[in-house]
Design a binder for this molecule. Structure first.
Ligand code: ATP
Ligand code: MG
Length: 335
């Protein structure tokens, strides 16, 4: 019987969840209320009396994110809530918080306001953004007012988005953090044109530039060396995030996840490890963008550029000063 040639051995899936957790600050100092400092004003947060929930923004693998309003001032925030009883979830939220506290200086990382413990849940208050990129690009690609949905997000807009993500990841690298879950739903965008990275729940600390733990991230965006680690190496470095960045940028450019649909997760991971890495469709984008994607999506991570090199790539330098606010508003306000 003829058919597709089977690989000799399936890729080894692991080790992924078998390492000790990264260090996080214990929640000893978490109260059931807090005071946050915004625009030179102090805002007292007490969910029992002055916070109202307006809308659910999303639910992920852990926790729920909601839009809330501080009733006395009308100030709106996003709050991520997770159950205090589930240790794994708690650890993620604390890691998220740790990274956010240490990233206050980066304009491309979502701003952290404060955290509390209330009604059996941990609450993490952060700056509210208008959308995440997964919802944003789906909206852009289903607009009814454009004749074709090819290149629904112009390349210069993608370049600006890419520059913001590279800057956020470069900042994290500067404080020895690897994100490990770079994907469109973890990148937020606002009508004012800002683009920010969020969701640091499974980020890891780098030791000698290498992440030691193989904790799960979102597998379809994972680099081949994380899915099928080299037994000779103890960990992986920041260039695993560079792969996830490449997959995310490609997804935004073509309007869908770039690997072909697979029957199941195992097939999908096999493709990531064995197929030629995906590329932009020919003749639709500039040579600069094609080269950016090609560099990020090298199967051998040693061949991928680091952030100091990526930040100087013409796809980034040509677009980093572009104001994308008008385009973002147009998409988010379209029906
Ligand atoms: P995963 O659990 O794999 O990370 P996810 O990213 O979709 O999946 P969450 O991180 O819990 O799940 O976030 C859920 C959604 O909430 C996000 O996709 C985003 O749309 C929205 N969201 C998160 N933080 C904010 C924020 N600060 N402002 C606005 N929306 C946000
Ligand atoms: Mg997320």
């Amino acid at each position: 019987m003829s058919g597709a040639k089977l690989p000799k051995r399936p890729p080894r899936l692991g080790p992924i969840n078998d390492s000790p957790p990264p260090p996080v600050t214990p929640p000893d100092n978490l109260d059931n209320k807090t005071t946050i400092h915004i625009n030179d004003k102090d805002i007292d947060i007490d969910p029992e009396i002055n916070i109202e929930t307006l809308q659910e923004l999303g639910r992920g693998a852990y926790g729920i994110v909601e839009r809330v309003r501080h009733k006395p001032t009308g100030f709106e925030m996003a709050v991520k809530r997770i159950s205090q009883n589930i240790v794994q979830e708690q650890r993620r939220l604390l890691m998220d918080m740790n990274v956010l506290v240490n990233s206050a200086g980066c304009p491309n990382i979502v701003e952290f306001y404060g955290a509390i413990f209330s009604e059996g849940d941990l609450w993490l208050f952060m700056e509210i953004m208008d959308s995440s990129l997964d919802k944003f690009y789906r909206k852009a690609y289903t607009r009814v007012d454009i004749p074709t949905n090819e290149n629904a997000i112009p390349e210069s807009i993608l370049g600006k988005i890419g520059s913001c993500i590279v800057k956020a990841l470069q900042y994290l690298h500067g404080i020895k953090i690897i994100h490990r879950d770079v994907k469109p739903s973890n990148i937020l965008i606002s009508r004012n044109g800002s683009v920010k990275l969020c969701d640091f729940g499974i980020s890891g600390h780098l030791v000698n530039s290498i992440a030691q733990t193989f904790e799960a991230g979102c597998k379809p965006y994972m680099a081949p060396e994380r899915i099928n680690p080299d037994p000779q190496r103890r960990g992986y470095d920041i260039r695993s995030d560079v792969w996830s960045l490449g997959i995310s940028m490609l997804e935004l450019a073509i309007g869908k996840y770039p690997f072909p649909e697979s029957k199941n997760l195992f097939e999908q991971l096999k493709r990531i490890c064995q197929d030629d890495p995906p590329r932009l469709p020919p003749n639709r984008f500039s040579k600069d963008f094609e080269s950016f994607i090609e560099q990020c999506l090298q199967r051998d991570y040693e061949m991928r550029p680091n952030y100091n090199k990526l930040i100087l790539h013409p796809f980034i330098t040509e677009n980093e000063t572009k104001d994308i606010s008008e385009f973002v508003s147009k998409i988010l306000d379209s029906t």
